[in-house]
Design a protein around this ligand. Sequence first.
Ligand SMILES: C[S@@+](CC[C@H](N)C(=O)[O-])C[C@H]1O[C@@H](n2cnc3c(N)ncnc32)[C@H](O)[C@@H]1O
Length: 626
Amino acid sequence: MDLHKNRLSQIFTPDYIAEFMVKNIKQHYFSSRNGSTIDKIKVLEPSAGKGIFLKYLLSEGFTNITAYELDQNLKIPLLKSYPDIEFKFENFLGSDVNEKFDIIIGNPPYLGQNYNAQIFQELVKNYSICKKYFVGNMDLFYFFIHLGIDKLKPGGLLSFITTNYWLTKSKKTGIKFLKPHITNDCFMIHYIDLSKIKVFKDAKGQHNCIFVLQKKYANEKHKKIDKIIDVIQLKQRTNHFNEKSNGKLFTDILNNQNSPYLLNYTSAMTNKDLSKKNSWILKYPLDVKNVVEQIEKHCRFNGSTSHLTDFFVIRNGLILIKDEIFILKENESLKIVDTDMFIKIDKTFVKLSDEEKQKLKKIFKSKVIRPFSYDKSDFSGYLIYFDKNEFKNQNLTIRNELIKEKYPNLTTYLNQYKGDLENILRNAKENIKDIYFPRRGSLITQYDIEDRRKLVNLEPYYDKEPKIFFSYISNSNSFGYTKDSYYATSDTYFLWGREGKNDIDYLFLLAYLNSKIMKFLFLAKNIMIKRSKTKLEEEIPIPNTSLFNSKYQLELIDLIRYFTSNVTQNIVSIDETILYKLREISPNTFSQIRNEKYPRRIIDILLFKLFGLAEEDIDLLIEKYY
Ligand SMILES: C[S@@+](CC[C@H](N)C(=O)[O-])C[C@H]1O[C@@H](n2cnc3c(N)ncnc32)[C@H](O)[C@@H]1O
């Protein structure tokens, strides 16, 4: 694809999708308006391409159609193929907002703002709609939705096919204006999830969706009317683009045929649940919601559901000025002989003092993280870790002198790379003298009960306190743990307890985070561990163990802690005497557990019992919907 095409984002919609979308929107339109005649309906296709939507609009009997297309190369073929359509070969984003339509349909151009900042700058300069709704991290098609909404008549319908990422984004990532605009002015009435099928032959790894918005009438806005959202989930997983079988699937949808590849349901989310600033989980069947609620029932503190963010802050591990310099590799820049350590300075190895040795910490990358633990042997090297608190209240120049005095060999080693380190800091617009300390990850800000801000030094936590950590990109709920010294690079996320949350039940929490229940919650709430932490912080409900107070539940919790502790220490054998109490309280649970070999399985079973859930039900839901 050449640059020109890329800028226009010319990816054309397959026939069967356009046919489906046109027939679908026609059905929606006439279902709410008896007796209206098709020639009165004003239709808009804002980015016509080669005109595939126009073809089906005409064949479905629409006559009053306006279409925009920016690419002048398409002008002649379009005019030739569709002589009865009113074309405007200009930028749709500059079109008159006062010209209103009953139906807007199409496949708008996708173009991420991040990599195309200049194009967006030009748009903002030239078009008022872009100026009004521009925000970093957005996509070009957001403007098409914004202007589309503004150009709809009350009751009018807009249906686009787009990528689906915007639905699960939160306000910090580009949807700041889009979600409020949609929820204020429209109802989402139909959502078709295409993430399991490949729609566009040439677009790599793209997850798509079709949605239908209905513009609110003034009284619907005024009375805060709510509406349901119909969902269609396609289950087919074809790696190869297969127009024929996908086409058949869409004919099935239109004809209301039962198909093993189709799920058709009303979302447990209604329009009033659609947040203006957070993720929308439209793919939310009622039977899934019921189980989520059953879990969340046990996560109430003072009447409301608590989430991870109420107890923890999630922070990356250590960001160093340059890993290759600060992380010493054994037999390269570091030699270890018995308990002595030697650092390489000017081609010779110099012995470190005991004080200096204490400043070297084993450091790990996220690849070593396993559920419940980590691979101890696979550390990346020894990190030079100075603690800012040791020299606090000193200005930088004095601090640098003191640190050199106290740790002469380590600082001499670092000074060999002074120019390099200073350059990195200079480019990052940071203080170039600050070459001895980690750039980030050694301190966190906390607020005490009176909301006073204080900086907490993390060294003692990295060194010994219980810690839960996980990879910052992962599609599974794999949470590591240790009470030992564990320093990690910035590709690791740590859960640091908030101020005043000192009584966290780490073993129980670890069991829960790594459980099959959590796996289900990840699927149900579409939680993924990505660079952005907001979803994790705000969507993972945290159980309130004080709500479990029957003798049976208390015993289950004790056992969960016991087995979790074993798993963290890699103990696989099971001491059966530990189960004697359980045998008395619940012979049933006891015998189920006795048949299990693996402690991790046992932990899962105990958690299901504790939450009052049947594992088979959850298996069925996962199988059915995900
Ligand atoms: C993703 S393609 C889809 C084309 C067609 N709707 C289809 O589904 O096959 C987007 C089209 O929008 C056109 N386009 C891009 N920016 C535009 C703009 N600002 N105004 C009008 N058309 C635009 C491109 O040239 C391209 O043909």
